[in-house]
Design a protein around this ligand. Structure first.
Ligand SMILES: NC(=O)c1ccc[n+]([C@@H]2O[C@H](COP(=O)([O-])OP(=O)(O)OC[C@H]3O[C@@H](n4cnc5c(N)ncnc54)[C@H](OP(=O)(O)O)[C@@H]3O)[C@@H](O)[C@H]2O)c1
Length: 220
């Protein structure tokens, strides 16, 4: 069994690599830090993803950021800036979609193969009661749509596939610590185990969905 972790240098990504290895997977990791994989640059995604040899049984895309170039999420409409909004979309929506594009080649057409991207509950429009965090929310909502659409296409060519967006919960990583307030955070090791368990529990009939770390459906 082989697994691929895109963004294995991140808090959750690194823990996923270890946990998958402990479950017996031969794990391949790719990242910006180690491989120069910049998800906001299509040429970079093509170069790094194009160098991978399949097939992978489990793929996790664990990249993303809430704060970009030192600029945190917007608290109000006054904080909206075009460049920041575009960068959020590039990293949190476009990049993982390009990764999925290249992963089609390294996913089995006949065997059980599963692809999960780390989204966020705050990308749910129906669940948004607090406001704020405009660009991150919008980018994750766009990510969910891209993954849902890709899953429909892959269900035709890869009928055993499961392609989903997962919310990891509030996890103690550099991404969350600064903005988590008093929310209790789980450790990365626990989060990785939860995410693997959820992905393993889903069936091809559930492909295209948006699930939390417990396997509960999150409304769009
Ligand atoms: N932590 C939470 O509580 C939480 C909650 C909800 C959702 N999430 C989602 O979970 C995912 C992982 O979060 P995390 O907490 O593990 O974050 P993290 O520890 O900050 O890790 C972020 C990862 O994204 C990579 N990355 C950032 N910009 C990149 C770029 N331009 N191109 C390629 N890779 C890039 C980083 O690579 P480098 O090593 O090169 O910097 C790193 O591997 C994110 O999508 C986040 O939105 C996290």
């Amino acid at each position: 069994m082989r697994a691929l972790v895109v963004g294995d240098t991140g808090g959750i990504g690194a823990a996923l690599s270890i946990a998958l290895g402990e479950r017996g997977y031969a794990v391949t990791g790719v990242s910006r830090r180690s491989d120069g994989l910049d998800l906001t640059d299509e040429n970079s995604v093509t170069r790094v993803m194009g160098g991978l040899e399949g097939a992978f049984d489990r793929i996790f895309v664990a990249t993303g950021a809430l704060e970009l170039a030192g600029v945190g999420p917007e608290k109000s409409l006054r904080g909206l800036e075009a460049d920041q909004m575009m960068q959020q979309f590039a990293l949190n929506a476009m990049g993982p979609a390009l990764v999925l594009k290249h992963c089609v080649r390294v996913m089995s057409r006949t065997a059980d193969c599963r692809f999960a991207v780390l989204s966020a509950r705050v990308g749910s429009i129906g669940d948004n009661a607090l406001g704020g965090w405009y660009s991150y929310r919008a980018a994750k909502a766009a990510l969910n749509q891209l993954i849902h659409t890709g899953a429909i296409e892959l269900a035709r060519s890869h009928p055993q596939s499961v392609v989903v967006a997962l919310h990891p919960g509030h996890v103690a990583t550099p991404l969350s610590l600064k903005y988590g307030g008093n929310l209790p955070a789980v450790g990365t090791e626990t989060s990785a185990k939860n995410l693997m368990t959820v992905l393993d529990s889903l069936t091809p009939a559930q492909t295209g969905g948006f699930f939390d770390w417990e396997g509960k459906v999150i409304q769009w």
